[in-house]
Design a protein around this ligand. Structure first.
Ligand code: FES
Length: 199
């Protein structure tokens, strides 16, 4: 798992915490993906579900897991970011996610089971680059009215904090939402839907 945050002090705190807890220090930051109680690498490569912890994610922060060889982001959105999702409709190509790869539960502005936590495949739907996380309001790349989103540096596609693509950019669809379910309040299983959830 990797962690991204806009708050440098918080990042330093988290890094320090990791060092105390695991004795791993800077090595934690250098390892792109960390496995804990996970299936074998071979099993994951062919699609085994992956468990993710969400109880340490701060508002405005992103963590990354690996599922089927792809980065899967979990982003804990702030109240301000959630409130802004409905106001994005006019600049989005598919605000209701009618033409996207996702479970049925994602056909709404927050595209997630729990509005606070967005779970997203971190790959641009144009040609597969990895967009950058731009969580700050008024980000110079995302625009003055933005409360954050994702920017693909390859050809300039932009996505909001639900992974919905802006109109008029090269990416044709919203970013994919993988199947997942909550195991409890603090753990998500990526790669599997809850019983009764449509795909
Ligand atoms: S790969 Fe992202 S815009 Fe082209």
């Amino acid at each position: 798992m990797t962690v991204d945050s806009t708050d440098i002090e918080r990042r330093q705190f988290l890094t320090g915490t990791a060092a105390v807890l695991g004795g791993l220090g800077a090595g934690v930051a250098a390892i792109p993906f960390v496995s804990t109680f996970q299936p074998s690498e071979r099993a994951k490569a062919i699609g085994a579900p992956v468990e993710a912890n969400i109880d340490q994610i701060e508002p405005g922060q992103r963590v990354t897991y690996k599922w089927r060889g792809k980065p899967v982001w979990i982003i804990r959105r702030t109240e301000e970011q959630l409130a802004a999702l409905e106001q994005m409709r006019d600049i989005l190509a598919d605000p209701d996610s009618a033409s996207s790869v996702q479970p049925e539960f994602a056909e709404n502005s927050w595209r997630s089971l729990n509005q606070e936590y967005l779970v997203l495949v971190g790959i641009c739907t144009h040609l597969g680059c990895s967009p950058s996380f731009r969580p700050l309001a008024g980000d110079v790349v995302m625009g003055a009215d933005s409360v954050g989103g994702f920017y693909c540096p390859c050809h300039g596609s932009k996505f909001d904090l639900s992974g919905r693509v802006y109109a008029g950019v090269p990416a044709p669809t919203n970013m994919d939402v993988p199947p997942y379910k909550f195991l409890n309040e603090s753990r998500i299983l990526i790669g599997e839907l809850a019983e009764g959830e449509g795909a």
